[in-house]
Design a binder for this molecule. Structure first.
Ligand SMILES: [Zn+2]
Ligand SMILES: [Zn+2]
Length: 305
């Protein structure tokens, strides 16, 4: 499964050690200012139950949304939500005073980008807000819509405020709740990479090729994990959401297991592409956010490829 593996930093050709239980999920936060509200016990149990479905979800050979839906049905929905609510680079600046990437100091406070992580234990979805409007990036496994709704609430919003739902890619741990999320987010338009659409059952999703502007984000085609994989970057807030193109572990950036990639050489090129961007905060599908100088860490990783 995408999330329970430890990522040892060895980029290619190695076997991954499977760490189950709390090794990955309840990892200590690196930013003490951030609240971590999850129920660790329940989250850990849910993660163990769902492990086989994530193996399927991350496989490159099957339309994972369907697999995950099937495999997860009958288990408890991921009721545990470790929702982390922080503001964007403004908060970093306020706390640390060393936020070299911050360019949005002049932005009206109510239009500053805010984000919340819907931490589903082994995978995360993200809710982003500007004022009273929201965008959702990724939807978790099937049954995650309620947890994402709680993240919206944590930002003072609800599903009616959601204008956009962006899927980074079509794997079931990211697209698994797209139908439920769109049913709730009645005002939203949904998007995913054009090349990933054929594995998504919902035909209301618009295709992206990269370079589109959505909700102030720029989409960045970053193929290899899947053919249509999309990252999104908010240049003003200096924040990149990398989906599964980049993972994080132990406060650093990492490569995802190559056996989940449709094309690993292409995935490594996409890491380089993302490493060429400027961003302070990095949000990923698997692993904790990195909130300071994440682009430097990624450039260091890319330099080894
Ligand atoms: Zn994933
Ligand atoms: Zn994936």
């Amino acid at each position: 499964m995408c999330g329970i593996h430890t990522i040892d930093g060895d980029p290619v050709g190695h076997e991954h050690h499977h760490h189950t239980g709390p090794v990955f999920y309840p990892r200590a936060r690196h930013k003490s200012r951030r609240a971590f509200l999850g129920d660790v016990g329940k989250g850990t149990m849910a993660m163990a139950v769902i492990t086989p479905s994530i193996l399927a979800a991350c496989s490159s050979s099957e339309p994972a949304a369907n697999v995950a839906n099937t495999a997860v049905s009958g288990t408890e929905p991921p009721a545990t939500v470790a929702t982390t609510v922080v503001s964007g680079t403004n908060a970093d600046s306020a706390v640390s005073g060393t936020d070299e990437g911050s360019t949005d100091a002049e932005a009206p406070a109510d239009e500053a980008l805010r984000w919340a992580r819907t931490n589903l234990g082994f995978v995360s979805a993200y809710v982003l807000a500007r004022g009273n409007k929201a965008a959702i990036v990724d939807t978790g496994t099937a049954g995650s819509a309620e947890a994402i709704g709680e993240s919206l609430q944590s930002l003072g919003l609800n599903y009616n405020d959601v204008e956009h739902v962006i899927l980074t890619h079509n794997h079931g741990d990211h697209a698994g709740s797209i139908d439920q999320v769109l049913a709730a987010a009645v005002n939203a338009t949904a998007y995913a990479g054009e090349a990933d659409l054929n594995a998504l059952s919902n035909d209301s999703i618009s295709g992206l090729v990269g370079g589109e502007e959505i909700f102030g984000f720029e989409t960045v085609w970053s193929p290899g994990h899947t053919a249509g994989h999309m990252a999104v970057i908010d240049h003003e807030a200096s924040l990149l959401i990398a989906g599964d193109a980049i993972w994080t572990e132990d406060g650093g950036v990492a490569l995802g297991p190559e056996r989940f990639n449709t094309d690993t050489p292409q995935a490594l090129e996409s890491v380089k592409t993302l490493a060429s961007l400027s961003f302070n905060t990095l949000l990923v599908g698997h692993g904790d956010p990195i909130e300071m100088n994440a682009d430097t860490a990624l450039a260091d990783l890319a330099a080894t490829l």
